[in-house]
Design a protein around this ligand. Structure first.
Ligand SMILES: NCc1[nH]cc(CCC(=O)O)c1CC(=O)O
Length: 318
């Protein structure tokens, strides 16, 4: 089969949300595809798609995200455009992606993973350990909230929603003493002047798939599949297979504090997983190794063990 390359006359349509981070990820995808096949920028068209999650009025209403459309909040419209053929590929932060995709779509191409760690961001404090008793933390992440309260029950957590820029603005306005962001987002946005310090994964285990970009396509689009095969980073795929199997087996909704990180050392995969009570009062963690190809099985097994240890009602709110 001969490879059909996109061209300025027939560009590959790259669908993305319009936030600065989403755009940076779409540009990185365009750059990597261009480099792999020696194509000009005009061989690609970036198509910005507004999702329910981008509707400021809805988001500002401060309703739980679950009530606003749950898992598909930032992806539904993009996946509809992919299925209809309005776009050819969609670029996503894998951290935000449900474990299963709609019928007809495949999400199995991953770019090399960025820094997986969370960043502690505070204009007045150099590290989490130096944060005064009772300090105010702004975050909308259930995982970060539960992990923080687990280690520092003295801290006060306030809701902090919006994109990276919005949250930094709130911090500047003094709404909170510090916040947490993904290092990957800061790096991709080139935000070097932000007062950020990376938090070790021992102190704060990251979200499943944090730092990874995934590219989605139609299952029957073999021309696009061939293009994407040149971009796929196998190691990132193996790591995400373990982490996403763990998440899937926990039935992780956006309402459950879950963390996981898979790392490779030669042909060995190490998977760390953690589930927490939403109020941080209890954390259950595991740390296991297996052969790289058994990562997904280990993820499922670890999830089953943690659920058993957690028992009934563990994830109930307070
Ligand atoms: N939920 C929003 C989101 N989705 C992906 C990233 C960062 C980039 C990444 O983890 O790949 C962020 C922002 C953040 O957590 O600071």
């Amino acid at each position: 089969m001969t490879l059909t390359l996109p061209s300025p006359a027939s560009p590959l349509k790259i669908g993305t949300r319009g936030s600065p981070l989403a755009l940076a990820q779409a540009y990185e995808t365009r750059r990597r595809l261009g480099a792999a096949f020696d194509l000009p920028e005009a061989a690609f068209e970036i198509v910005i798609i507004k999702t329910t999650g981008d509707n400021q009025a809805l988001i500002a209403a401060d309703k739980p995200l679950k009530e606003l459309g749950g898992k598909g909040l930032f992806t539904k419209e993009i996946e509809e455009d992919l299925l209809s053929g309005a776009i050819d590929i969609a670029v996503h932060s894998m951290k935000d992606m449900p474990v299963a995709q709609p019928e007809g779509l495949l999400l199995d191409t991953y770019l090399p993973r960025e820094d997986v760690r969370d960043a502690f961001v505070s204009p007045g404090n150099s590290s989490l350990a130096k944060l005064a008793a009772g300090a105010v933390v702004g975050t909308s992440s259930l995982r970060r909230r539960a992990q923080l309260l687990n280690r520092r029950p003295d801290l006060k957590v306030v809701e902090f929603r919006g994109n990276v820029q919005t949250r930094l603005k709130k911090l500047g306005d003094g709404v909170a003493d510090c916040t947490f962001l993904a290092m990957a987002g800061l790096n991709r946005l080139g935000m070097k002047d932000v007062p950020a310090t990376a938090v070790s994964v021992e102190d704060m285990l990251p979200a499943v798939a944090q730092g990874a970009i995934g590219i989605e396509r139609r299952g029957d689009d073999s021309a696009t599949a061939e293009l994407l095969a040149a971009l796929h980073h196998a190691e990132t795929g193996q790591r995400l297979a373990a982490e996403r199997a763990f998440l899937a087996a926990l039935d992780g909704s956006c309402e459950t504090p879950i963390a996981a990180l898979a790392e490779l050392d030669g042909s060995t995969l190490r998977l760390r997983g953690e589930v927490l009570r939403p109020d941080g009062s209890e954390s259950i963690a595991a740390d296991e190794t297996c052969a790289v190809e058994d990562g997904a099985a280990l993820g499922r097994e670890m999830a089953a063990n943690l659920l058993k240890r957690a028992g009934e009602g563990f994830f109930d709110w307070r």
